[in-house]
Design a binder for this molecule. Structure first.
Ligand code: C2E
Ligand code: MG
Ligand code: MG
Length: 568
């Protein structure tokens, strides 16, 4: 059979009108004979598929792209019955790759009622489908990690709860948070931060079963649903595996990043039977894990609810305390040199609670930090410490210096140097008599910012001590670059000191290194004669601890100081 050319086509009466409409339309048009052999294609077809007319005429339409056997059968059934068929083809492009077309095929009949041709009118929907897919994806997945988002997680949790309510099976919800993740963003930038989150999410996804769901809502938090666990211990086992996976080093350029995570676990039905309760309780357990020192998991317990209620009450009290001047400062002496001269003191805040009596800072400082109240409290402490020290000086403790603790959040607050300058100006205290104590944690949160703040303080004449040294960050290089004056060896090493043990080695190493860097070393928490002797032997410059003196209320400190002056 010889093929009709395009010219022959346009002479047939049926197709003449059709062709005009066709050419004006920006859609794909393909005409075949009843057996599917291609008789005509329009320009749009050539443009999208990349084929030219001559290549495609006479070929079976199947060469463009195939349907499944079932789809094909249905199509032919309809077409042969003289009806219209609608469907989607994935067609190949000449140069490789493919495109999706939504097609309508209908038969053309001659006056005798016989089918002479099939006409396909189609639209390239590749882009539209892709957009739709993206929109669908974004509705249920987090674009960065490609893990399910809150909505999908809640959906799956809801379904699992319904199923387990019937079967009685135990289910676990895990709330996982990367410890100190902010410092990654701050030190390496957001690109590295994002990359790190991706690596971590891949690790999480690879450590759980396909029936489990790991989700990423936002920030540095992940949630994991274990829809079927036989026993609570299994959830704990998964949690530990996840912690181990998080702790593996992450390569960043030439360096390695070491991160840890904290996890809270809540179980159905024990800890909650609905989505909000389980999620909230997993978060409370997470909070507890963080509080207890991070890099660990905690199972939810009902006491955590009570603790949460208590915390809220304490928060209210703390607010009231700030209004009502319920805080006071105690001063713990610091001694220097072989003669143990009283040269300085550390200001330590105390809270006189209306019903619970004196509360130690370990209990309320973390909460004051979380709620932001630390800024107000810190300003009061700084001002009070400067005023009081100035008074001590006037009363005879002439060159007494004072060390004031700043928590990480305080240290990174807006215009800390301005606040310090104000306190110095108000009190008339010589900047050389003020020392600011910060922990390594405050520095690593934001290196550039910390550097700028410390430099400004130093320029004012204020000195800087690193508190709890040895417990925090392991990279010591910052000590060379940052303006630091004193290292305070952490209490945990001091209280362990016994001649010959490893804490002695650590203390010695810190003293040697500090002196190498022209820094002074202070040992805090000295509470026995033996420790005192060892530390003096190591050449520790300054000493502080219960064995020498406990923190004292202002009047007591003054009396004590005057007594020592008189005695010395
Ligand atoms: P820190 O700065 O390391 O303060 C030393 C803590 O060790 C004080 O506890 C002090 O009473 C205690 N200590 C001193 N010598 C000994 C000893 O020989 N044995 C033992 N077992 N302990 C000793 P305190 O006053 O309860 O303060 C705890 C922490 O609270 C401080 O640790 C500091 O991080 C924070 N803090 C205290 N006052 C303030 C403040 O005004 N602002 C801020 N941001 N934090 C503060
Ligand atoms: Mg301190
Ligand atoms: Mg300390």
């Amino acid at each position: 059979m010889s093929l009709p050319s395009n010219e022959q086509f346009s002479t047939t009466e049926h197709l003449d009108k059709l062709l005009q409409a066709i050419e004006a339309n920006p859609v794909i048009i393909v005409v075949t004979d009843p057996a599917g052999s291609i008789q005509y294609v329009n320009h749009k077809f050539c443009e999208i598929s990349g084929f030219i007319l001559e290549e495609i005429l006479g070929q079976n339409a199947k060469v463009l792209g195939e349907l499944t056997a079932e789809e094909e059968r249905q199509m032919w059934d309809k077409l042969r019955a003289g009806m219209e068929w609608q469907g989607t083809f994935r067609n190949r492009r000449k140069e490789g790759g493919s495109y999706l077309e939504e097609a309508t095929i209908f038969p053309i009949k001659n006056p005798g009622g016989f089918i002479t041709h099939f006409v396909k009118v189609a639209e390239d929907v590749t882009f539209r489908r892709k957009t739709e897919e993206t929109v669908r994806f974004l509705a249920f997945y987090d674009p960065l990690t490609e893990l399910p988002n809150r909505r999908l997680f809640s959906d799956r949790l809801g379904q699992s709860l319904a199923r387990n309510q019937r079967s009685g099976e135990v289910l676990a919800v895990l709330s996982l948070d990367i410890d100190n993740f902010k410092s990654v963003n701050n030190s390496y930038g957001h690109r590295v931060g994002d990359q790190t989150l991706k690596v971590l999410s891949e690790r999480i996804a690879s450590r759980i079963r396909t029936s489990d769901t790991a989700a990423h809502f936002s920030g540095d938090g992940f949630n994991i649903l274990l829809p079927k666990i036989n026993r609570a211990e299994n959830a704990a086992k998964v949690a530990q595996e996840l912690l181990d996976a998080m702790a593996m080093p992450i390569p960043v350029g030439e360096q390695q990043l070491f991160l840890t995570a904290s996890i809270g676990i809540a179980l159905f039905p024990l800890d909650g039977e609905d989505i909000p309760t389980l999620m909230k309780n997993a978060d409370l357990a997470l909070h507890r894990a963080k509080f207890l020192g991070r890099n660990s998991y905690q199972m939810f317990t009902s006491t955590m609810n009570e603790q949460a209620v208590q915390r809220m009450a304490l928060e209210t009290d703390l607010r009231m305390g700030l209004e009502n001047d319920a805080f006071e400062l105690h001063f713990q002496p610091q001694y220097e040199g072989p003669g143990r001269a009283l040269v300085a003191c550390e200001a330590l805040v105390r809270w006189q609670h209306p019903t619970r009596g004196l509360i130690s800072p370990g209990e309320f400082i973390p909460m004051a930090e979380e709620t932001g109240m630390i800024v107000r409290l810190g300003r009061w402490v700084l001002l009070q410490a400067c005023h009081q020290t100035r008074e001590f000086q006037r009363a005879g403790l002439t060159d007494l210096r004072v060390a004031v603790n700043l928590s990480a959040r305080q240290f990174l607050q807006q215009d800390l140097p301005g606040m310090v300058a104000q306190a110095l100006a108000d009190s008339g205290l010589d900047p050389a008599c003020l020392e600011i104590e910060i922990t390594e944690g405050a520095i690593i949160e934001d290196f550039p910012r910390a550097h700028a703040t410390l430099s400004e303080l130093r320029a004012m004449g204020v000195s800087i001590a690193i508190d709890d040294f040895g417990t925090g960050y392991s990279a010591l290089s910052y000590l060379q670059k940052f303006p630091v004056d004193v290292l305070k060896i952490d209490r945990s090493f001091i209280c362990d000191l016994k001649s010959g043990n490893s804490s002695v080695a650590i203390a010695r190493a810190i003293v040697t290194m500090a002196h190498e860097l022209k820094l002074k070393v202070l040992a805090e928490g000295v509470d026995s004669a033996e420790q005192l002797e060892i530390l003096s032997g190591l050449g520790c410059d300054l000493l502080q601890g219960f064995y020498l003196s406990r923190p004292l209320a202002a009047e007591d400190f003054l009396a004590y100081g005057q007594g020592r002056m008189a005695g010395s």
